[in-house]
Design a protein around this ligand. Structure first.
Ligand SMILES: [Cu+2]
Length: 189
């Protein structure tokens, strides 16, 4: 096997040397490429500015939804304080609504935990570390109603696998007046 690798390497190196010598030889011959260069240059300049403009548009469009900007813009925010401990979650506001940014303020009373939010199909939608002595902020806006599972993502001891809880996300109209921000109340028929 070692020998085979050795011969393959020799052949590849030989091929590279041949290509290199060929390029060196060709570089000495002068060819008229003014016209080709002109067209290529125009294409390059067009492509360059096209990509710059496209990049700016894509960046502006994709940055619209980032939670930090939404929070800075003011407006309604649902604040949820989360404490964690071996082996449970203490979530002060487990009833939320869709469409309004949620700010989870996550900490721990003992060791590191991982605050992981899973949608009803058990796909993870957001996560942040829960650390003693720190309050980590996780911002997320729920688009779909349902029961979301909270699961620990950081091995924290023998009962880590049972560190599961739920939060409930309703459509704004369905939420009972529950202290999650100030609904205008005009949504009930
Ligand atoms: Cu854990």
């Amino acid at each position: 096997m070692q020998e085979l690798a050795w011969y393959v390497t020799l052949v590849v190196v030989a091929v590279i040397i041949v290509i290199f010598l060929r390029v060196v030889a060709l570089s000495r011959t002068v060819v008229e490429h003014d016209t080709v260069q002109g067209t290529a240059s125009r294409l390059r300049v067009g492509l360059f500015w096209g990509l710059i403009i496209l990049g700016v548009i894509v960046a502006a469009f994709s940055l619209r939804g980032i939670p930090q900007l939404a929070a800075r813009a003011g407006g309604d925010v649902q604040v949820v304080n989360v404490d964690s401990m071996q082996w449970s979650w203490d979530i002060d506001e487990p009833e939320l609504v869709t469409g309004v940014p949620v700010e989870f303020r996550v900490s721990s009373s003992d060791v590191n935990h991982g605050f992981g939010i899973y949608d009803p199909e058990l796909r993870i939608v957001a996560q942040v570390q829960a650390m003693p002595g720190y309050v980590n902020v996780l911002r997320h806006t729920f688009d779909e109603p349902g029961e979301y599972q909270i699961m620990c993502l950081e091995y924290c001891g023998v009962n880590h696998h049972n560190m599961v809880d739920s939060i409930f996300v309703d459509l704004p109209g369905d939420a009972a007046a529950d202290g999650t921000g100030d609904d205008t109340g005009a949504d009930a028929s």
